[in-house]
Write a protein that binds this ligand. Structure first.
Ligand code: BV8
Length: 256
């Protein structure tokens, strides 16, 4: 008798046999929380700008006020957002498989708020301020006369604690993510267009070490041809289905 395996069943079987799952998430996993992705046209006041032109040190040096306005607008969006079923399913998956490393390109803290631990914030976090002079995450002075946030310690200008285009990934995140991708036997790319490097290179790193690649995306991407399983659909729907499949199989194995 031949079993017709669906892509979902194949993904569940690969995860059931996995020793170390490395997950890379992108803006798509937060889309169902109402946080716009980078590929979505920016709305309102920001519709005429490209994120790649705003998220740079040059743009900040040229006009810190405009860049702070963009980040304050995004901060409000992120603060008002809630983790969705996809974020929660990933936190659940970490409790089912033997080992899971979560690397996110997102700067919105939604994985942490869904209960994921040890999240590797590859591109930093929009909710933190960093001193432009001391390079450390710090609090704001309440007395900034310019209206721009200044460091409570040294009074210099603050910036969002994110990685801009042309800036290096924080060394510890870079190394931890690379080691996890190379050690993984299953790599999941979820909600990412896989065009921003070096994050997009993690899937190739895992592939070179023999990992199975599972992609979850509403569209095809540069990574789709390399995936062992490409699940097309919203991560907020597909991830809970994967976790349910794993729970069911564990139940069957335990004779429940
Ligand atoms: C580096 C934080 C070197 C900030 C971000 C020229 C000059 C300099 C560098 C470069 C250059 N050319 C290329 C580069 C490299 C550059 C790069 O890759 N550019 C791209 C545009 C080609 N990379 C860098 O600059 C990196 N640094 O190279 O440094 C260096 C080394 C040593 C010393 C000094 C320097 C730094 C890149 C980090 C930039 N910061 N974010 C902020 O947020 O404000 S990037 C930002 O954009 C995100 O973090 C993310 O990484 C990226 C967006 O990508 P995605 O997450 O994939 O999201 P996207 O919207 O594109 O796609 C969403 C996907 O979800 C889609 O596929 C969609 O179909 C899917 N989807 C939608 N809904 C759902 C869904 N899927 C599932 N379910 C759904 N419901």
């Amino acid at each position: 008798m031949t079993f017709i395996s669906t892509p979902l069943a194949i993904a569940v079987s690969a995860l059931r046999a996995a020793r170390h799952v490395c997950v890379l998430t992108g803006a798509g996993i937060s889309a169902e929380s109402g946080v716009p992705t980078f590929r979505d046209a920016q709305t309102g006041l920001w519709a005429k700008f490209r994120p790649e032109d705003l998220a740079t040190p040059e743009a900040f040096a040229r006009d810190p006020r405009r860049i702070w306005e963009w980040y304050e607008w995004r901060r409000e969006l992120v603060r008002g957002a809630q983790p969705n079923a996809g974020h929660r399913a990933l936190a659940e998956l970490a409790r089912i498989v033997p080992r899971l490393t979560l690397v996110t390109q997102n700067v919105d803290s939604l994985h942490q708020r869904a209960g994921s631990e040890g999240v590797i914030e590859y591109h930093g976090n929009i909710l933190r301020d960093r001193c432009t002079a001391e390079g450390i995450v710090t609090d704001r002075s309440p007395l900034s006369v310019t209206g721009l946030p200044e460091c409570a310690r040294c009074g210099e200008l603050l910036r969002p604690d994110v990685v801009w285009f042309g800036e290096a990934i924080p060394r510890s995140a870079l190394l931890q993510a690379d080691v996890a991708a190379a050690d993984s036997d299953v790599f999941m790319a979820i909600g990412t267009a896989a065009v921003v490097y070096p994050a997009a290179g993690l899937a190739e790193r895992a592939l070179r070490s023999g990992a199975k690649i599972i992609e979850i995306n509403t569209e095809s991407t540069e990574l789709t041809p390399l995936a062992d399983v490409a699940l097309q659909g919203p991560s907020g729907q597909l991830l809970p289905q994967i976790v349910a499949g794993l729970r069911e199989q564990r139940g069957q194995r335990a004779g429940l």
